[in-house]
Design a protein around this ligand. Structure first.
Ligand code: GLC
Length: 434
């Protein structure tokens, strides 16, 4: 009988809750058609018609050390690369299939190079692995919810040996957990309909993983997709509940709590445009300012953000994504202390921004300028030891002006005569409590 060890769990996720910000990397042969990672399913492309993309995949510009440096610059502390996505293409040198990067013109184990490069830059590393596989002959085709051949009559009645698929899938996860050194995250994707839990032989899979990688943390998608929480938040989690819930393309409005009312461990995975995989014409990139505000929102609600990049067929992160990451880097250089190691502040969200907390330090993220002195809601004046502008360390005086005397329950500070905030995106005031 499985008993969820909450103490061991808290210890396992400690680094994850400290690091707060990671890079998601969706890459594979779908970068060649350049219409996103679901192109096979959306356009019902047969294995044969998808093969040319395999045959020409040759990312000559692939330089994962550059990717790692960019992630590190942006204040990202971990990164997760797709080792195999739903199309079944393996970026690693699996002995269980020929459908892998080492058999393309790339001729390289792209996963091994990613892991070595990101570890060398001091980042923790994770691998995304899709339990869905549209290439494997024994994965259900006709009548499946999203298989490219789901409504192709030619596949009606075709028998699939799903157990043989599970042997393959478990075997590949064993390869990843055995042959590539210490992994910090295994990021599974995704369960749906009756394809969930023990359908994947999830208990056996998780026991194998935890045996090979005892410190690894996993997401919750052996049970659910990005829309569900799964049993992690219940009083009796299953053995394959995972270690964090994975809201997708959304910031939970009120954070996430378990059934006992305790804050949950969660990570919002977000794209910069509207595609995970490279998409030539999707130019709907979110401004860096929006992404930064959403990162602060995640942390203020006790969560992480996994921000995605989709490299192109040459192995380059799109220019728009690089520019966004460099803008994020500029802010993180000066204000990263208000993100890393921070979480719930335990005070209501102020009108003019958000608050994150680390021990006896409150970080007021001021988005909106004030008329006159700036209000710091939720803290009493006799609690405050000092206030500093985080980006420069400059002292920020507590105001004694006559205008504020009618509001003794609010601490007011002054940033000088200019009504313009020092940082137009997010001016962070570090309040040290006595
Ligand atoms: C969804 C998409 C998948 C993507 C994942 C990222 O599951 O189907 O393509 O990898 O979200 O969370």
């Amino acid at each position: 009988m499985f008993t969820f060890d909450r103490e061991a769990y808290k210890k396992r996720v400690e680094w994850f809750q400290h690091d707060r910000f990671g890079m998601f990397i969706h890459w594979g042969i779908y970068a060649v058609p350049a219409r996103g990672e679901w192109v096979r399913s959306q356009e019902r492309i047969s294995v044969e018609d998808y093969q040319p993309y395999f045959d020409e995949f040759n990312p000559t510009d692939y330089n994962p050390r550059q990717w790692a440096r960019l992630a590190k610059e942006a204040g990202m502390k971990y990164a997760v690369l797709t080792a195999k996505h739903h199309d079944g293409f393996c970026l690693f040198d699996s002995k269980l299939t020929d459908y892998k990067a080492t058999n393309t013109p790339a001729g390289r184990d792209l996963v091994r190079e990613f892991l070595e490069a990101f570890r060398a830059e001091g980042l923790k590393v994770g691998l995304y692995y899709s339990v869905i596989d549209w290439h494997h002959p024994d994965f259900p085709h006709y009548g499946d919810r999203q298989h490219p051949e789901r409504d192709n009559p030619a596949f009606k009645g075709v028998q699939h040996d799903f157990d043989r698929y599970l042997e393959y899938m478990h075997g590949q996860v064993r390869e990843l957990c055995t042959n590539y050194g210490k992994l910090d995250i295994m990021w599974f994707d995704f369960s749906y309909d009756d394809m969930t839990g023990e359908k994947w032989r999830a208990t056996e899979l998780v026991r194998m993983i935890r045996g090979l990688q005892p410190d690894v943390i996993m997401d919750n998608r052996l049970e659910v997709s990005g829309s569900g929480f799964g049993s992690l938040l219940t009083q009796n989690p299953t053995e394959f509940c995972g270690d964090f819930v994975s809201p997708e393309q959304i910031i939970p409005p009120k954070g996430i709590f378990d059934e006992m009312g305790e804050p949950a461990v969660w990570e919002a995975c977000i794209t910069m445009n509207n595609n995970w995989g490279y998409h030539l014409t999707d130019k709907a990139f979110k401004p860096a300012s929006l992404i930064l505000h959403k990162l602060v929102e995640c942390v203020s609600k006790g969560g992480n953000m996994l921000l995605n990049v989709g490299p192109d067929a040459h192995g380059c992160i799109p220019r728009e994504s690089v520019e966004i990451l460099l803008q994020i880097a500029a802010w993180m250089h000066k204000n990263g202390a208000s993100i890393h190691g921070c979480g719930y502040a335990g005070i209501p969200k102020p009108e003019n921004g958000r608050v994150t907390r680390k021990g006896n330090k409150l970080y007021y993220h001021i988005y909106e300028a004030a008329i006159g002195d700036i209000p710091l809601e939720g803290v009493r004046r006799d609690e405050v030891e000092k206030v500093r502008l985080l980006s420069t360390g400059a002292e920020v005086p507590i105001s004694n002006s006559w205008m504020t005397q009618n509001y003794p329950e609010t601490v007011f500070v002054t940033l000088g005569p200019s009504p313009i905030l020092p940082d137009p995106v997010d001016t962070v005031l570090e309040v040290t409590l006595k």
